[in-house]
Every structure is written in structure tokens, then in C-alpha cells.
Design a protein around this ligand. Sequence first.
Ligand SMILES: [Fe+2]
Ligand SMILES: [Fe+2]
Length: 163
Amino acid sequence: MNISKKMQDAFNTQITAELYSSNLYLQMAFWFRKEGWKGFANWMFHHSDEEKQHGLEMANFVLDRGGEAVVDAINKPEANFTDPKQVFELTLAHEQHVTELINRLADVAEQEHDRASINFVDKFIDEQVEEEKTVRDILNLFRHRDGHTVATIDDIVGTEQAD
Ligand SMILES: [Fe+2]
Ligand SMILES: [Fe+2]
């Protein structure tokens, strides 16, 4: 069964959001590099690639189901940051926003009684739990900073990378 127009459009909206996320994290990676935070930059470059991958996975799914995948205009991401902790706070807020978008995508899949899409979107619901947790773990390192300098955190985050 081909994907419905409504489901297809909802996926295309989410593809745009994933590409926006990819650009946002790329911009954060550039900022970290400019400021000399190599570990954080590494983490952000990796995370940026992952978001693009999410968009591509969704596009492939839509295409596999006989739909049309569209690359829409991507808004310019935020580029002014104050310090590493603030960047990760923005990252957590952004991931929480993306979680809401994914939940809405799941709602459309249910409204459409589209079992394949429900199944497909489920993986991204799990993925969001993981991503929010990963960023929260990094923020905890900042919160427990008594034992860490920011340089130590940069080191830890840079070697751990994003999943
Ligand atoms: Fe994503
Ligand atoms: Fe994400």
C-alpha cells in the first residue's frame, strides 16, 4: 500500500526538521572549533551527521512506500553562543522540541492507521529518549563541575562521542 499524502507530507516536514537540526549542530561545531573546544566540536560534528542520517532514513522510507521526498528551505540556525554549557542547554531544549515533533508524527501515523509508519516512527521515539539522556548526562558533568574543569569535560565528551 502506498503512503498517504497526509503521511508523506508529515514525513517531509520532519525531514526538514532533521536537516535543520543537522545544520544547528554543525553551526555549534563551528563555534566550538572557533573557541578551541575540540572535544565538544567533535561531538557536535558527529551529532550533525546523525541528524542528516535521520532525514535520509525518513526520505528513504517515504520513497520505498511510493511517496515523494522533498528538500524544503532550511531556516538559518542560531549562531551566537556564550559558553559550552549554554550550548548544551540549547541542545537539550532543541532535542525536547524534536521529541514533540516525533510524537506528532506518530499521532499522524496512528490517525492514518498506517502500521508501517507507526513501526518506523517507533524507532525514532526510542532514539529521542537516548538523545535527551545523552545531552542530560553532559549537562550533569557541568553541574558536578567541582571535580571537573570545563577542559576535562571537553575531553570526556570528545572521546565519548554521540551514539
Ligand atoms: Fe534526529
Ligand atoms: Fe537529535
